[in-house]
Design a binder for this molecule. Structure first.
Ligand SMILES: NC(=O)c1ccc[n+]([C@@H]2O[C@H](COP(=O)([O-])OP(=O)(O)OC[C@H]3O[C@@H](n4cnc5c(N)ncnc54)[C@H](OP(=O)(O)O)[C@@H]3O)[C@@H](O)[C@H]2O)c1
Length: 316
């Protein structure tokens, strides 16, 4: 496993996907830390599916030292099923353009990229890195999960042939302030918070949870996600991905109950089993993470939920 060194500041860093949930939070944190940060996304005029635009963006006068690749084409389970071809081809094409552009401009750039743990085999319960590729991803996330594996293969080949330095990290579902306010575009736990807030404000006596409520999920609070990405600046050549996990999960039902308590919603939680459950259990082994990120302090989950509720109470 890679070693950690002291993180310098004033590095020249690019964030691809700077308008996204992760991108915005990461961009702000890197600026706060004193780095010289540039960012781009499709809506800001840099479509990474366009090779020339990609190359132009990363070919800066003062050479980039690190690129965070947090640009991604994803969405809900339904979205990634209905738009499966677009999802996989866009995610792979963006990555191919990125590595080709790095190879043609500046091979000293380090690429740091987070993968979602839905890229693990669908039948894993505790997700160990050693088993990451040992089985099919769950059919509900076939396109998105496999696009992450594809990104790994691209980075591995560029590492093998051209020695491009990449750090690939696997993260669980993430929640926290800064995500979209549209429940159809937010990530799972944030979406539930928004829907329950609406139920509370409408005086609904029932809150419907999609599915059985049984699937167990591990959650990463946004500050933890960003902290891990920042610390990853001092890792080198972690091409085969490393888990950023606590090995601790909560069932959807448990999470709904926690949100209800923190929000002070008085209605009843009911389960609509017409909705398909995803993988039954997804928690991430912490064995290797602890070796590389020894002193990492995780944010308190209940406090994270309270902060997120407060964010949405102010926003919507
Ligand atoms: N959020 C989580 O729960 C989570 C968990 C684990 C891993 N991750 C990983 O973290 C990364 C970022 O996730 P996220 O939640 O921040 O995603 P997100 O909110 O959907 O943001 C995606 C970003 O990618 C940009 N983008 C999409 N297509 C593009 C294109 N063709 N050219 C340039 N930019 C494009 C978007 O730009 P526009 O806004 O301009 O369209 C946006 O800035 C993904 O790789 C994801 O797998 C996320």
């Amino acid at each position: 496993m890679a070693e950690l060194f002291n993180i310098g500041n004033n590095m020249k860093i690019a964030v691809l996907g700077k308008t996204g949930f992760i991108g915005q939070n990461l961009f702000n944190r890197l600026v706060e830390d004193g780095h010289d940060v540039i960012g781009c996304s499709k809506s800001t005029g840099v479509d990474l599916l366009d090779y020339n635009l990609t190359k132009q963006f990363i070919d800066t006068e003062e050479p980039l030292e690190v690129i965070y690749n947090v640009a991604s084409h994803g969405g809900s389970m339904r979205y990634v099923r209905d738009y499966a071809a677009d999802v996989i081809s866009d995610n792979l094409q963006m990555t191919l353009n990125l590595y080709k552009a790095i190879n043609e401009t500046n091979r000293n750039i380090k690429v740091i990229q987070p993968f979602s743990n839905c890229s693990y085999p669908g039948d894993s319960s505790v997700q160990h890195e050693e088993n990451w590729l040992n089985g099919d991803v769950h059919k509900s996330v076939f396109s998105f999960g496999n696009s992450k594996r594809g990104i790994y293969y691209i980075s591995k080949c560029y590492s093998d042939q051209y020695k491009i330095n990449t750090v690939n990290l696997l993260f669980p579902n993430t929640y926290g302030p800064g995500d979209s306010t549209d429940p159809n575009h937010t990530h799972a736990l944030n979406g539930m918070i928004i829907r329950m807030l609406h139920a509370k404000r409408n005086g609904d006596d029932k809150f419907v949870v999609w599915g059985t409520g049984q699937p167990v999920r591990e959650w990463a609070y946004i500050d933890d996600f960003i902290e891990a990405l920042v610390k990853a600046i001092d890792l080198d050549n972690v091409v085969y991905p490393l888990n950023i996990g606590q090995e601790r999960g909560y069932s959807i039902a448990e999470s709904a109950k926690m949100i209800k308590e923190e929000m002070g919603y008085e209605g009843e939680i009911v389960f609509d089993t017409n909705y398909q459950d995803g993988d039954p259990v997804k928690i991430m082994s912490k064995e290797h993470f602890h070796k590389s990120f020894e002193d990492f302090q995780w944010y308190d989950h209940r406090q994270g939920i309270a902060n997120t509720i407060k964010y949405y109470e102010d926003k919507i």
